[in-house]
Each structure stands twice: as C-alpha cells, then as structure tokens.
Design a protein around this ligand. Structure first.
Ligand code: CA
Ligand code: CA
Ligand code: CA
Length: 466
C-alpha cells in the first residue's frame, strides 16, 4: 500500500519482483517510484530482508479506507483479507480526516486494530518525515501494530492526540534505517515477515496467527538496540530512581530494529509467566513467553545472573480488544517491576530509589504508564543475583488479557554458576573472592541466594570447579 491516487502500484518490470504474484486490487492502477521502492524494501528479491515473499496485494489508500477497512460503514466489519495467509500489512502513508472529523480517524484505527487481531496480521505504519514534524493519526496511532520512525530520528514523534482512543500513548514504537519513513516502515515489515516465517514452523504449531502477530511485535521491540542515548525518562537519583512512567524513548520508541536479535529471541526457549513467583523457572539470557492475566492479576518471570549483565531488557506488549460492533474497546493496564529476589522468588528486595544504587548503574526497574500497551525495563550493568520480573494488571476490566513478553540480556551475565570473578571458569580466584566477602551480603558471591556469603557458596564453587 502506498500514497493515494491511481499510481499506487510497484513497477513489476523491475527484476526484484520477478516470479512474485503482485495484485493491484483497485482499478485503475499505475506505477509510482514511491510504490516501487516501498515494495523493494518489503519484498524485493535483493533489497528486502524477506526476499521469499511471493504473494502481495497492493491498494489505493482511499479505496482501502472506504472499500476494505469500511470506514463510515457503521457496524460493517473490515473486509476479509484477499488470502488467509496474509500476515503483514504495510502503511507507507500518513493522513487525517482533519479537524472536526477526528471521529473518522479514531474509527479507522479501531477498525485496523480489530482487523489485526481478527485476521492474525501485524500492521507497520509510518510516522511523518522530518524532526519535530506533526504527527498524523492514521495509521500510526494503532494499538496492535507498530508505528515506525527513522534511524536518523528525522520523523514525527510524541503522544497520540487527545482525540485518539486512549490519548497520550507514545509513538513511534520502533525505528529503522530508511531515507524516508516510507522506506523505514517496510524494513520493519520485512523483518516481521521473517519472524512470521519462523513462527509458522512446527515448533510453534500450537499458536494462533493472532498470537504470532503479537509475539512478532514483542520480539521486534524487545530485541531492538537501545544505545546509550536511549532512555524512558526514569529518574536516575532520588526516591524515584529507576521508576519510569513512560515506557519508551521519546524519539527512538522501543529502539533500533535489530532483526538478528529479534530472531534469536523468538528461536530461544519459550518461558511463560507464572502466577506463583516461586514457580517461575529461571529464564535464559534471551527468550519470549506469554501469560494470561485476569483483572488485577500478576505473573512472574525469574532470572539468575551469575555475573554482571552489561544490559538487561524486558518488554511486554498486549493488544486492545475492539468490540465486534466497533463501538467500544477493552484495554488492560499492565505494569512491570523488577526486584531482587531471594530463595527462588520467596522474598523480594525492591530496587526503586536508593535500594537499587548498588544493583544497577542506570535505567529503570519499574515501567508504569497508565495509557500505553507496552512497558519496558532497560538496565545497564545489572549486578549478579536472582531477580524476579513482575507483570501486573492495574485495571479491573473484566476478562483475561494475554501479555506477550520478550527479553534480551547480555549473555555475559549468564556464565558458569560459581564464576564469581567472571574469568570464564570456576577456579581458585572464585574461592578467594568468596572468602574475601565471607559473611557479607555481596550478591556476586552469594551463589545460593540466601543473602549471606557463607559455606554454602564456597561449596557450590567447589561443586562447579573447573
Ligand atoms: Ca501500564
Ligand atoms: Ca573464575
Ligand atoms: Ca549464600
């Protein structure tokens, strides 16, 4: 899909599209440079990441809005996809019905979110071009897809407008390379197609396409690069240290697309959240999982760092549910909190404020937006120890909601148990360090996590020796 007008189709004489079935849905259609380049980044055989995409349907924006999405058609739902195998929808355009007509903008977004969960699709939607430029509600205001900005930060960014469903949500969700947002957006779409391809493998046979779409979203955002400039505005000193009330970086969203890490996450071991903290099994350095939360429900993941992790990132996303008459929607408010834990998750040590000073160098341990449907923990230099990650619902809306989580911690924190000095091997240096901190609560040497360095820890070092 590309700009309005009849010139919305890619030039199929380009060898990048050889052998691909590209259907221009609306008549008349003609080619455009814009559409051709969007198509190259999305499914071109040499430019795109997902070179193997073979079946594509392209639309004129106006026709798609009124004849497919069915904006203005009351309770008539969006039309079915041209093929049930369609998984990615690319929107390299921006628009608004304008002042006084915000209801149509809202309706279009509501319909798109409904379509995504109904049909198991992930929509990628471009932001406006230009740093400081105005945001447009369509289609970047969506809840269930991804809004995309540019790696060079020359894109619109900010909160969804007061006229949107649930105002104040942060956009964009992710940034990617591209000369224009129109070309950055299909880069994310192509990455999404790669993850969908993985998720349709036999190991994932039990998943629905709607689940696959949200797992893809979680892995793309959860696997994104968060460079040193990335921050979600959590105070870094004082009583509120580490407490973020906005989940994303204002300009970078969830971060810079890293398809390799996203793929590593989705192919790592799935670990689901569990409602009893002591039942949470330790997760590996990368992975994903789900949890179903009732109103006011809580679920837990557990992590065991044997060494310092230079980075630790945990992201959770969840979709809104649009009523089948499109007149309303239900929307959970999930929050994240990371605490140090002891004894396999039976006791917690809060890390907010000064309590976290010795535990992490910078970042956030709580993510508690009241409006977004994404929350993010991002930490630099998290010290060894046991941690419990809590996802809780702060709303009382009826019905259960699935949380889709993805995490990526630096594997340096997941070396051998007992390697207290992080030399890569359990040796006499570790025994020496444990004896040096004997009797203290130094978590680096408290291997059995009972809050004191004692003979139990030395015994574990000897057990793991060599
Ligand atoms: Ca929240
Ligand atoms: Ca060692
Ligand atoms: Ca101990």
């Amino acid at each position: 899909m590309t700009n309005g007008g009849s010139d919305y189709a890619p030039d199929l004489s380009d060898p990048e599209f050889a052998g691909k079935a590209v259907v221009a849905v609306n008549a008349p259609s003609s080619n455009s440079w814009h559409a051709t380049n969007v198509a190259k980044w999305l499914y071109g055989s040499s430019t795109a990441m997902a070179t193997g995409i073979t079946n594509v349907w392209v639309y004129n924006v106006n026709s798609w809005l009124f004849d497919t999405l069915n904006v203005g058609a009351g309770t008539t739902l969006p039309a079915a996809s041209p093929n049930s195998l369609v998984r990615v929808m690319n929107h390299s355009w921006i628009a608004s019905f304008g002042p006084g007509n915000e209801g149509y903008d809202r309706e279009a977004i509501r319909r798109l979110d409904h379509q995504m969960t109904r049909d198991g699709i992930l929509a990628v939607c471009g932001e406006n071009n230009g740093g400081g430029s105005a945001r447009y509600p369509m289609m970047g205001d969506c809840f269930n897809g991804l809004s995309v900005g540019r790696l060079d930060l020359q894109h619109s960014a900010g909160d969804t407008a007061s006229a949107s469903d649930t105002p104040g949500r942060m956009k964009p969700d992710i940034i990617a390379p591209g000369q224009f947002t129109s070309f950055a957006t299909p880069v994310v779409g192509s990455a999404a197609a790669l993850l969908f391809e993985t998720l349709r493998g036999s190991a994932f046979a039990s998943l629905s396409n709607t689940q696959r779409a949200q797992i893809t979203k979680a892995c793309l955002v959860g696997g994104a690069d968060r460079p040193v400039d990335w921050h979600n505005d959590a105070p870094q000193s004082g009583a509120s240290r580490g407490m973020a009330t906005k989940p994303l970086d204002v300009m970078r969203g969830g971060g810079e697309l890293n398809v390799d890490r996203a793929h590593r996450i989705v192919t790592a071991t799935r670990v689901n959240g569990t409602s009893v903290s002591t039942n949470a099994s330790p997760a590996e350095s990368m992975g994903w999982g789900t949890a179903t939360l009732a109103a006011n429900g809580t679920t837990y993941w557990r992590f065991r760092l044997n060494q310092v992790a230079p980075s630790f990132d945990f992201t959770v996303v969840w979709p809104r549910s649009v009523a089948s008459n499109l007149a309303s929607y239900t929307f959970a408010n999930m929050n994240l909190r990371l605490q140090r834990s002891l004894g396999g998750g039976s006791e917690f040590i809060p890390l907010e404020g000064d309590g976290g000073l010795a535990t992490f160098e910078s970042g956030n341990v709580a993510s508690t937006s009241s409006v977004d449907n994404i929350e993010t923990i991002h930490l630099v230099n998290l010290q060894p120890g046991e941690y419990t990650l809590q996802v809780s619902r702060a709303d009382t809306a009826s019905g259960s909601v699935v949380a889709y989580a993805a995490w990526a911690a630096d594997p340096a924190g997941f070396g051998p148990e007992g390697d207290v000095d992080a030399s890569g091997v359990v040796d006499f240096g570790d025994v020496a360090l444990a004896l040096t901190s004997f009797g203290t609560d130094d978590p680096a040497a408290d291997i059995d996590v009972n809050r004191v360095v004692d003979f139990g820890d030395v015994a574990l070092i000897l057990l793991n020796f060599g």
